[in-house]
Ligand binder design. Structure first.
Ligand SMILES: [Zn+2]
Length: 554
């Protein structure tokens, strides 16, 4: 009898555990929906290298970057998986989860073979400026051929979940918000100093934007830029005045303070603000105002707010990665982030929103500085290269003008001349590649035939491949040696597939996200699928990344 009861008990336990397993294996949509935030906030910090987090860590406050890292999930080894690492492709890739090969934003501006002219990634002559008498509003995302994760949220919610995009730069506001955005706002400087939009989104600026523009905030920031802390607190950067900084028109050296009211007229009027940390503060003010202005995160249908802080990029281009100006810009951005987080806690509610922070590309140390400390680096002159290439081709094929355009490290053939002179396309590619490889500071060369016939999975070749759009890209692609740029001898730039340009911060924080970090390699294209998975919505249609589920709360 005793054994009988044991047998029954055992059977019962076995059956029960099977039952539990079966229950766990059953798909339960609530499991996805449980974690759904009221608002997703995407923050892109323009030109932020991963190591800015660590280099300035001791000087950050507790409520900005440190709060995100200590309470969120920090992906410490996230990279762009394509070349070129520029702002337009960066923002498109973060939000579409695909590289230029899929979304088609192959650069900020590129030579359009079909229009036979250079085009800007968000320019759109078919729309009108709203909120400005200038042409600065004639912009839309029409050249991005895929959806953004915000588009997928709009489709999923029958357009009930809102999307608002904000950045000083038009492309930083427009590409993240996508095609179905309720609005994207960017900043027009010069003598206006206003947030504007285009008729792609609306026929007039909403009341809250008009009110913000009339508030005089932009004028308030036109004040001297002094360092936030005393000079000795900037030991993480080079000396205040050095040979590797650009500076502003109307001021002889690059030492603090910068008297913005006096520099304003010679530096583009209100556009001067963009190139100082105050541009980021103005962006934070405007993003905070949008929470009430657009009623974001006020119901259970997820909204999207995409914010890009552009001033970090302008300051980096002007003063370089190692400058005291860039450090001060990040210390001030840390405070702006803290303000944004506090406003989100108050208006949307702590634990009701999910935020991610990343960048659109990194930046290289000023090559002249690297040379001064014996690290290989240099400057490449594309004008000279193109002249030499033309001379070589004229001699080799007896035909002038075989090249239509050289831009973004790509060479575009003049197919009319190629056809008319019965020149073999393969021969032309190979001759050009051979010539380019002999040329100083060119590191690697890829031809259209190579890129179309091979699928590269690792290293720079794979980055070229992912950045290559068959229809829009050129016929020969050059990769310059590390830390070689085509730029002025002061300030930093970006665009390469080297680690200084590809290694970006990536932190998820808030609803549905656990605390942790990893050094496992992840990619920028993983961000959009991660947000899609968190929301239980479709991945963007051209997404190639994977959801980073290790950051999810169980
Ligand atoms: Zn950028």
């Amino acid at each position: 009898m005793k054994y009988f009861f044991q047998l029954i008990l055992t059977l019962f336990l076995v059956q029960n555990s099977f039952g539990q397993q079966a229950q766990q294996a059953t798909f339960n949509p609530d499991q996805d929906l449980r974690a759904k935030p009221k608002l997703v906030v995407g923050v892109v910090v323009d030109q932020m290298r991963y190591d800015y987090l660590t280099r300035f860590w001791d000087k950050f406050g507790d409520e900005g970057f440190k709060k995100l890292v200590s309470e969120g999930f920090n992906f410490r080894n996230t990279h762009f998986n394509y070349i070129p690492t520029y702002t337009g492709p960066g923002h498109a890739s973060v939000y579409s989860g695909g590289a230029p090969e899929s979304h088609g934003i192959i650069s900020n501006s590129w030579y359009d073979k079909f229009e036979k002219q250079s085009v800007y990634c968000v320019s759109d002559p078919s729309v009108e400026s709203i909120g400005t008498s200038s042409d600065a509003g004639k912009m839309s995302p029409h050249r991005m051929i895929t959806t953004s994760v915000a588009d997928e949220n709009r489709l999923h919610t029958q357009m009930r979940g809102k999307t608002i995009g904000i950045a000083l730069k038009d492309r930083g506001a427009i590409l993240p918000a996508g095609h179905t955005a309720n609005a994207a706002y960017w900043f027009h400087g010069q003598d206006e100093g206003k947030w504007i939009t285009s008729s792609f989104y609306a026929e007039t600026l909403p009341g809250w934007v008009k009110k913000f523009n009339a508030s005089g905030k932009a004028a308030e920031y036109m004040k001297p830029w002094e360092t936030l802390y005393k000079a000795s607190d900037y030991a993480e950067s080079g000396t205040d005045v050095n040979l590797y900084e650009g500076g502003f028109e109307g001021k002889e050296d690059t030492g603090f303070p910068y008297d913005l009211p006096n520099l304003k007229d010679k530096n583009g009027g209100y556009d001067l603000l963009k190139a100082t940390p105050y541009g980021n503060s103005l962006t934070a003010d405007f993003a905070i105002a949008s929470l009430d202005g657009e009623d974001l995160g006020q119901d259970d249908i997820t909204d999207f707010l995409t914010v890009s802080f552009s001033s970090t990029d302008y300051v980096g281009h002007n003063f370089g990665v190692n400058s005291r100006e860039i450090q001060d810009t990040y210390l001030r951005l840390d405070q702006d982030l803290a303000r944004l987080l506090k406003a989100l806690d108050q208006k949307v509610g702590e634990g009701n929103y999910t935020l991610f922070l990343t960048s659109d590309h990194g930046g290289v140390h000023v090559p002249a500085y690297l040379q001064s400390v014996k690290i290989p680096a240099g400057y490449f002159d594309y004008g000279k290269f193109q002249d030499s290439l033309n001379a070589f081709l004229a001699e080799r094929f007896g035909v002038e003008n075989l090249i239509l355009n050289v831009s973004n490290n790509q060479i575009f053939f003049n197919y009319e001349e190629v056809l008319e002179n019965k020149i073999s396309r393969d021969e032309l590619q190979n001759e050009m590649a051979h010539f380019a490889l002999q040329y100083g500071m060119v590191n690697k060369v890829f031809t259209r035939s190579q890129l179309e016939g091979t699928s590269y999975t690792e290293g720079l070749a794979s980055s070229v491949d992912h950045g290559y759009h068959q229809k829009r890209s050129g016929d020969v692609v050059l990769v310059l040696e590390p830390s070689v740029i085509s730029y002025s001898r002061t300030g930093s730039t970006h665009g390469s597939g080297q680690n200084y340009d590809t290694h970006a911060p990536l932190i998820f924080y808030g609803k549905g996200i656990k605390t942790g970090n990893t050094l496992e390699r992840t990619e920028i294209v993983d961000i959009a699928p991660t947000i899609s998975a968190l929301l239980g919505i479709s991945f963007p249609n051209g997404s190639t990344g994977r959801p980073l589920y290790m950051a999810f709360e169980e």
